[in-house]
Design a protein around this ligand. Structure first.
Ligand code: BYC
Length: 331
């Protein structure tokens, strides 16, 4: 007779499917939509990819605020292109999440019902033109540092979407840097405006990397699955190391009095992030959470006729394609 201990051994032994999943991950090969994968891996990916997609879509709003007020035709064209790129990133990412079995409608419903997370950073206001520079330099800069390793994520559709997204983020970051550089070479008032924007965006951009490693419940497993390649704190540290020389070129001061090079650790020491503020923003209590969601909800409702028209067009087109094939066969 099999004892309970034997039964648990039988239950714990990896199946062939599990074994081949583990092997693909260990050998740096990609998991594709039709491959077997553990439920928890699927769930984690849907969570991360859909949050990422929502961030891109909500992330269009703070900059959308300046499209009609950009200081020149050239700046306006660049900003419009950037915001359109973000819509595109959202669409690639929703498509990548759909390969895991969720639907666009379900993800959108969770977002507009306020049940889904999106990046904390997009809950801050953009009162001046310099905010466009600070977002490009700091927010897109943080996005690149966080997302380049995701090009090697173990899930194929996500990794491939990230390759294209990262190329575009790199243009976004440069355009932000260039806005700030232009302002810093302008009048005293323009320099003050640039510094003020960096003062407001610096700390929230560091928080984008997520909670400290010892408070990051998902990191360990996501790193084992090779979805994440580096911890939140490691990426944050890398980002600060990248910013310091760029801030010198700009002539901008990073607003952290404790920021200094540490010869021993060969990296920058930095001040403490306000994690209470971060968790408040995650709970929906940031300066713009309500406004961002309300805007998305309204846009969704106002776009209902477009979705209906597109669905009807697809229905009619597939019916006429079917009848054309049918009549072709008959003749
Ligand atoms: N904001 O265990 P952790 C962009 C949540 S788009 C809000 O470390 P994980 C751009 C986290 O979701 C920027 N929530 O989680 C667009 C988790 O909650 P749940 C978005 C955050 O997943 C337009 C909990 O806190 N980028 O760059 O291992 C214009 C515990 O955290 C945040 C991405 O989405 C946050 N900042 O690591 C310009 C990149 N941080 O789900 C730019 C892809 C953490 O357990 N995502 N949380 O309830 C990732 O790399 C990872 O998901 C994160 C978090 C590093 C963000």
């Amino acid at each position: 007779m099999t004892s309970p201990a034997d039964l648990s051994l039988v239950h714990d032994a990896p199946s062939d499917e599990e074994h081949s999943f583990d092997e693909l991950v260990a050998n740096e090969q990609r998991i594709e939509p039709r491959d077997w994968m553990p439920d928890a891996y699927r769930k984690t990916l849907i969570r991360q990819i859909s949050q990422h997609a929502h961030s891109e879509i909500i992330g269009m709003q703070p900059e959308g605020n300046w499209i009609t007020r950009a200081p020149s035709l050239k700046r306006k064209a660049i900003l419009m292109a950037k915001v359109q790129d973000e819509a595109g990133h959202g669409l690639y990412l929703y498509s990548a999440a759909q390969t895991l079995g969720t639907t666009r409608e379900e993800m959108m419903r969770q977002l507009i019902d306020g049940k889904a997370k999106y990046s904390s950073i997009f809950n801050y206001p953009t009162p001046t033109w310099a905010d466009m520079g600070a977002i490009g330099w700091l927010v897109d800069g943080a996005a690149i540092v966080n997302q380049v390793p995701l090009c090697r994520a173990s899930y194929g559709p996500y990794a491939r979407a990230m390759v294209r997204i990262c190329k575009e983020e790199s243009f976004h970051q440069r355009q932000g840097f260039e806005i700030l550089l232009t302002l810093m070479q302008g009048t005293d008032e323009q320099r003050e405006m640039a510094q003020d924007a960096v003062n407001r965006w610096y700390w929230p951009s560091l928080a984008m990397f997520g909670p400290p490693d010892d408070q990051s419940p998902n990191s360990a497993q996501s790193m084992k699955w090779k979805i994440k390649r580096f911890s939140n704190d490691d990426l944050r540290q890398r980002f600060v190391g990248m910013l310091v020389p760029q801030a010198e070129i700009l002539g901008i001061t990073l607003p952290d009095p404790d920021l200094k090079w540490n010869d021993e650790t060969q990296q920058y020491d930095m001040g403490e992030i306000d994690w209470d503020e971060f968790f408040e923003v995650l709970k929906g209590n940031g300066p713009c959470n309500a406004e961002r969601l309300e805007r998305r909800r309204t846009a969704h409702e106002e776009g209902a006729w477009v979705r209906e028209a597109a669905a009807e067009y697809a229905r009619v087109s597939s019916r006429s394609a079917r009848s054309a094939t049918g009549s072709g066969m008959a003749s």
